[in-house]
Write a protein that binds this ligand. Structure first.
Ligand code: ZN
Ligand code: ZN
Length: 415
């Protein structure tokens, strides 16, 4: 790294531990406080620390919108809807005007009552093939199975005036009747009506095609519930946005396991590095991830490294699991990147407190280590210590401009 910050170009590794932030619970501590983190604390000691609101104080962030903000894109301006990220993360092609959804295979009875929202962990690929390429009202529909029961769906929008302002078909709970897709309130235009009609027809067609499919016959024979319908949610509308390279001037790469984050990265023009053994769960291969990140740093100026499991543990209310995952990240990941020839940034997209098992608006700790930073007195990386750091309290959208200046890609306002 250059010894003259702001003159020569420097690199950055940004580690985002999803949902890392928490509230004190077991023994009055947060999982981050309770975890064994000598390497992360070393970075805290050498760096400038603070608290960060993924979006802004009091706003509970989704992972998608918080990541947009932290990567420098105002989510109120650039958020295309979740489905777009799922489709991009699944390596599906998207063009302007296309509408994309998240979807899952589910089990319904003949009255369209949902028995299981997550069906068909086996044989899903073949079932997806049976629905891929259907055409309804002249609109082609593509579907790809990602992991287990999960899929991404793309409706080819070219000149079809399709809209993302339609409701979910997914009931979000078993026991309910499959919902009708409808235009969202206040958005009842022709495009919304047309999109909703196609969605409803696609869902009915999926039942007709899947219910008698041989994969499901075999499932019934084994005593398993059939994956006999596809439920859509999270409509998004694709539009091209200026890339990180175009907006900030440096090239960026992403190392992540879960498809949402790969999708966000692709949307912003980052190179998505394929890594074996990343699962987005606690058994994810951190060694392969860190290797990939260090390798990516040779070809790129900015490497975004994502770990999902901390958020999942928060949703599960699993204090020990979250604590242990953080200790693992310290040993297997941070120990390897802490001396990289770059700025090191560690933070989270939002808090996922184990006590409430959901995202919260509590700000997350953030640290930046590297040449020229105003080292503060913080020597432990956690939600409380970081509050007295030199960065103060920033919003996610502030992070990229701060890093750009350290990297030497600053933009001056005025002369
Ligand atoms: Zn998240
Ligand atoms: Zn979450």
């Amino acid at each position: 790294m250059s010894t003259k910050p702001g003159y020569d170009k420097n690199k950055v590794i940004l580690l985002i531990c999803d949902g890392l932030g928490d509230r004190p619970s077991l023994g009055g501590k947060t999982p981050l406080q309770a975890a064994d983190t000598p390497n992360i604390d070393e970075i805290s000691k050498a760096g400038i620390n603070g608290l960060m609101d993924g979006i802004s104080p009091g706003i509970v962030p989704g992972s998608d919108t918080a990541h947009l903000a932290i990567l420098g894109y105002d989510p109120y301006k650039y958020y295309p809807g979740r489905g777009v990220f799922e489709a991009l993360g699944a390596d599906m092609a998207l063009h302007k005007g296309d509408v994309a959804f998240r979807a899952n295979f589910a089990t319904v009875d003949e009255k369209m009552r949902v028995i299981d929202r997550r069906a068909g962990r086996k044989g899903s690929k073949e079932l997806a093939e049976a629905l891929n390429g259907l055409e309804i009202d002249g609109v082609k529909i593509f579907l790809k199975n990602t992991t287990e029961h999960r899929c991404a769906v793309v409706m080819e929008g070219k000149n079809e005036n399709l809209s993302k302002y339609v409701s979910d078909v997914d009931t979000h709970e078993a026991g309910d009747i499959v919902k009708k897709c409808e235009p969202l309130k206040g958005k009842e235009g022709e495009g919304e009506k047309k999109t909703a009609k196609i969605v409803n027809e696609f869902v009915m067609r999926s039942y007709e095609i899947l219910n008698g499919h041989h994969v499901n016959e075999e499932r019934r024979r084994r005593g398993e519930p059939p994956a006999n319908i596809i439920l859509l949610r999270g409509a998004g509308s694709y539009e091209e946005v200026p890339s990180i390279k175009a907006r900030f001037g440096f090239s960026a790469a992403c190392v992540a396991g879960a498809s949402l984050y790969k999708g966000v990265a692709k949307y912003l023009g980052m190179e998505v590095i394929h890594v074996e053994g990343t699962t987005g769960r606690a058994d994810t291969n951190l060694n392969n991830k860190v290797e990939a990140a260090l390798h990516a740093l040779k070809a790129h100026d900015f490497v975004f490294l994502h770990v999902k499991a901390t958020d999942s543990m928060g949703h599960d209310g699993d204090f020990e699991g979250k604590k242990n995952m953080i200790s693992r990240i310290d040993k297997e990941l941070v120990a390897r990147i802490k001396d990289a020839d770059s700025y090191i940034v560690i933070t989270a997209d939002h808090s996922t407190p184990v006590s409430i098992k959901r995202h919260s608006s509590d700000p997350v700790p953030v640290v930046i280590k590297g040449v020229g930073v105003r080292k503060d007195r913080v020597n432990k990386f956690d939600e409380f210590s970081a509050a007295s750091g030199g960065l103060g309290r920033i919003s996610g959208i502030n992070l990229m401009p701060i890093l750009s200046d350290f990297m030497g890609y600053y933009k001056m306002y005025g002369t």
